[in-house]
Design a protein around this ligand. Sequence first.
Ligand code: PEP
Ligand code: MN
Length: 336
Amino acid sequence: MLVVMKKKVIEKKIQAVINAIEKKGCAARLLPAGDRVSIGILHHNGLVKPADFLGLDGVKEVILVAKPYKLVSREFQPENTHIKIGDAVFGNGSFPVIAGPCAVENENQVLSIAKSVKNAGAKIFRGGAFKPRTSPYSFQGLGKRGLILLAKVREETGLPIVTEVMDVETFDIVERYADIVQIGTRNMQNFSLLKRAGTSDKPILLKRGMSATLIEWLMAAEYIMEKGNTKIILCERGVRTFVRHSRNTLDLSVVPAAKKLSHLPIIIDPSHAAGERDQVLCLAYAAAALGADGAMIEVHNHPEEALSDGAQSLYPDQFFTAMKTMKAIHAIIEKK
Ligand code: PEP
Ligand code: MN
C-alpha cells in the first residue's frame, strides 16, 4: 500500500502518517519524488486498509499495490529512478557504457584497457576480482589483489569501478573498493547476498538469473530494496535457451517489459549473451536502439590471451568504433 502525500507537505504531517503506520505494526518507507513524498507501507499482511490513512492531514490518496513486488514497481513510483555514478546517469534517457575486461589479470592489462575504453567514451570501468567460474580449474580471479588494481585504475583514470561480489563473506571488502557492486547471474536468487546488498550504500548492478523470469528478477530486486538500498540497476545478460549459435539468448523484449513494470533502470550486457565478439557488436547496437539505459561490454587488449571470456571480448579499436555507432543510434532514439 502506498500513501501519497499532497505536494510540499510539512515534515510534521509526514511524521504523523509514519507514526500511524508503525502503530499498526507495519513498516513505513519514505519515497521522496520531486516536491511530493509518498510513504510505502510494508509487511502489512492485509491488516491495514486505505481508510486508516485517508483521513490523516496532508494525505492526497492511498494506492493499493497489487503486484507481489512493491517498492520496485511503477505503481509505487511512477517516475524513473535515476542513479548517478561519476559522469554516468542510469535511467534518465542517456546511454552510459560500462566497459573493461571480464577479469582483472594484472596492472598493465587493466590500465591499458581502462585508458582505451575511457578514450572511447566509456563512463565506468568493469573487471572481476572474484570470478564465478563454471570449472574449479579455471582462473578464479585475483581476489583482494584485483580490487587493489581496480582502485589504481580509478585513481589513474577517474573512472568509477564495477566489480562482482560472490558471497556474503567478501561483501564488506568488495563494497569498500567498488563504486557499483555487481551481483552475477548465478547469484540472482542468493537471498542472503541480496539482503546484504540491501544494507549497502553502494549502487547494485543486479544481473538477471540465466533462467529467471522477469517477475523473479524483480522480486530479487525487491529483496535489496526492502532492506533500504534503492540504487539498483538491472542488467539483462541473456538467458539459457535451446539455441547453439550463441552462448545465451539476449532477451531484448525484457527491456520494454521491465520498464513498464518497474521504475528501475535496465542495461544490456551483450557480451555474456553473445559469447563471441562478432555478435557482441550487433547486440550492442540493438541495446542502443531499444532505449535501454546503458550497456556493459567486455573489452580486452589481448583477447586471445585473456584468462576468461576472451572470445567475447572486443579489441579496443572495435570498441572505439562500436561506441560511435551506439552513440549515433541512441541519438536517433532519443530524438524520437
Ligand atoms: C561478468 O559480468 O563477468 C559475469 C560473470 O557475468 P554473468 O554473471 O552475467 O555471467
Ligand atoms: Mn565475463
